[in-house]
Write a protein that binds this ligand. Structure first.
Ligand SMILES: NC(=O)c1ccc[n+]([C@@H]2O[C@H](COP(=O)([O-])OP(=O)(O)OC[C@H]3O[C@@H](n4cnc5c(N)ncnc54)[C@H](O)[C@@H]3O)[C@@H](O)[C@H]2O)c1
Length: 281
């Protein structure tokens, strides 16, 4: 357990989950967002998330109260000055993240700055920071309280000590850290999203329906969920953005996004979040 607080930047889907897991693991957490109302939503979501764990008898009422008491929210970036590690989970936009990494590295010379980016180059984020050796990727998976993996991504500039600290933090959160180089899509998205894209090609070509593709992969490859249902869960816009990152990063035509996937995104059929994707919800 750390005596210094851990900062979380961005209180959206991922920031909420990361803050919840940190607080339940005994860390004092400072959750920062530019939007005050988002911090209110995050606190309620974390309260609800902890409530579910109490209902499942995975957490006592007293531990839930203690976890909530360890969570502090703020709209002032300066409040993160005393954090030992700051985990950034702001929107996946290079300008936003680069500004944050510049500002955070000026704020604290000692903090380790970890990004939860799904696709951006950690080496570029490190390059804009004043302490590039302290920048690293710490890629959690959604839902954070449930999924055990953390990809630890080493930028060209990252020091061994920074990697070691993030690996030990992941362990303290009950996660398994897997080291991955700073390569587009890292490991999981590079394997998973092209599979979803290829499944979209099967549907586009009329080779199989979405239901057939998903049934085949569940029964034939023991996947708990078919690739198109998974794409709907992740968000087809997110899947398309990841394919574009892979295509741009590798310049290899095997990563071309499926035209049907593009059309669905243009139509606003983004999956579960809009009620319609490859399946209807
Ligand atoms: N959602 C996923 O399944 C998932 C999985 C792994 C990684 N990621 C990555 O995690 C990061 C966050 O994704 P998300 O889905 O939680 O996004 P989200 O849109 O749910 O949340 C982003 C939050 O950042 C806040 N924000 C905007 N500008 C900010 C700034 N300048 N400083 C601080 N906060 C700011 C927003 O108010 C919002 O609360 C992204 O880099 C994404 O690629 C997402």
């Amino acid at each position: 357990m750390s005596e210094q607080p851990i900062g979380v930047v961005g209180a959206g889907t991922m920031g909420q989950g990361i803050a919840q897991v940190l607080a339940t693991s005994g860390f004092v957490v400072k959750l920062y967002d530019v939007a005050n109302e988002q911090l209110g939503r995050a606190r309620s979501a974390i309260d609800k998330g902890l409530g579910k764990r109490v209902a499942k008898e995975k957490l006592s009422d007293a531990d839930r109260e203690a976890a909530l008491a360890r969570l502090d929210t703020t709209t002032t970036l300066d409040a993160l000055q005393d954090c030992e590690v700051i985990i950034e989970a702001a929107p996946e936009q290079p300008e936003i993240k680069e500004k944050l990494f510049r500002d955070l590295s000026r704020l604290s010379h000692d903090a380790i700055l970890a990004s939860n980016t799904s696709s951006l180059s950690l080496t570029r984020l490190a390059a804009v920071s004043e302490r590039p050796e302290r920048v690293v990727g710490m890629h959690f998976f959604n839902p954070v309280p449930v999924l055990k993996l953390v990809e630890v991504i080493r930028a060209e500039q990252t020091s061994d000590a920074t990697v070691a600290r993030i690996e030990s933090l992941a362990k303290a959160l009950g996660k398994t850290a897997v080291p991955v180089g700073d390569s587009p899509g890292f490991a999981v998205n590079r394997l998973l999203v092209p599979m979803i894209n290829e499944a979209a090609f099967l549907v586009q070509e009329g080779a199989a329906t979405a239901e057939a593709v998903d049934e085949a992969m569940k029964l034939g490859a023991a996947h708990p969920m078919g690739p198109l249902a998974l794409g709907d869960l992740i968000g087809l816009d997110v899947c398309l953005a990841i394919m574009e990152v892979l295509q741009a990063g590798f310049g290899d035509p095997k990563y071309r996004p499926c035209p049907l996937l593009k059309r669905m995104v243009d139509a606003g059929y983004l999956g579960r979040k809009t009620g319609r994707g490859f399946h209807v919800y």
